[in-house]
Design a protein around this ligand. Structure first.
Ligand code: GRF
Length: 223
């Protein structure tokens, strides 16, 4: 697959970077016609930094707390993304709440993955909240980023069962397995021209996507 035509991705992380790695592997294997041109981390201790370097990916570390204020940090983040000439910004476990202005700047070219079946449980501690509510299913969502926190148009969700005896850790592991499947898949659709996210309603295969697509986990993945 020619890297000339590959969709250029900037992946922005704060932690372990397992989603970033899943995307990097999908790119490297040719499963999707995309290329990570920059991994940007906002914490020097983020585990994903070393993992990205080991894969030979360009890494930039912008330490958020070293900036005067959010505007200063976001200015630097924009500069780093734009310097890489990324076509799509992929938030992958990025723990900052971005300003509406930032979201507007990247309107139609920024995705996020969230560990719940949105619109349920925006924000933090999603696995704990699903367990506390006694939900029988849970999951994750890939969505377009807008100025509304975890509120942009939904593209693809993966649903998993909540099993007896689940803890936040076991539930999170089941959900993350799905994250690593659906995030590369959505990016691949954009790279292949099947999914357009520039308008108010995403278009998939030429039709408006008024509700998210759902992936049900297989028996094997759900155990
Ligand atoms: C994922 O669960 C993602 O849904 C959430 O943050 C976590 C990041 O994990 N936004 P990783 O850093 O990709 O391993």
């Amino acid at each position: 697959m020619s890297s000339d035509t590959a969709l250029r991705l900037a992946v922005v992380i704060s932690g372990r970077g397992s989603n970033m790695l899943a995307i990097a592997r999908a790119c490297a294997s040719g499963m999707i016609n995309a290329r990570i041109v920059s991994v940007i981390a906002d914490r020097p201790e983020a585990g994903g930094i070393e993992a990205a370097r080991q894969m030979g990916l360009p890494v930039a570390v912008l330490v958020a707390r070293e900036y005067h204020d959010r505007a200063g940090f976001e200015h630097a983040l924009r500069a780093a993304i734009d310097a890489s000439a990324a076509q799509l910004v992929v938030l992958a476990g990025f723990m900052h709440i971005l300003s509406p202005e930032f979201a507007v700047h990247y309107a139609g070219r920024m995705l996020n993955i969230h560990p719940s079946l949105l619109p349920s449980y925006p924000g933090l501690h999603t696995h704990e909240r699903a367990l506390a509510a006694g939900d029988s299913s849970h999951g994750c969502s890939v969505h377009v980023v807008t100025g509304v926190l975890d509120g942009g148009p939904l593209i693809l969700q993966a649903r998993v069962p909540v099993l007896p005896g689940d803890t936040p850790a076991t539930l999170s592991a089941r959900v993350q397995l799905q994250e690593h499947i659906i995030y590369p898949e959505v990016i691949g659709w954009i790279a292949a021209g099947r999914l357009a996210i520039t308008g108010a309603t995403p278009q998939f295969d030429g039709r408006p996507l008024n509700a998210p697509m759902i992936r049900e986990c297989t028996d094997h993945e759900c155990s």
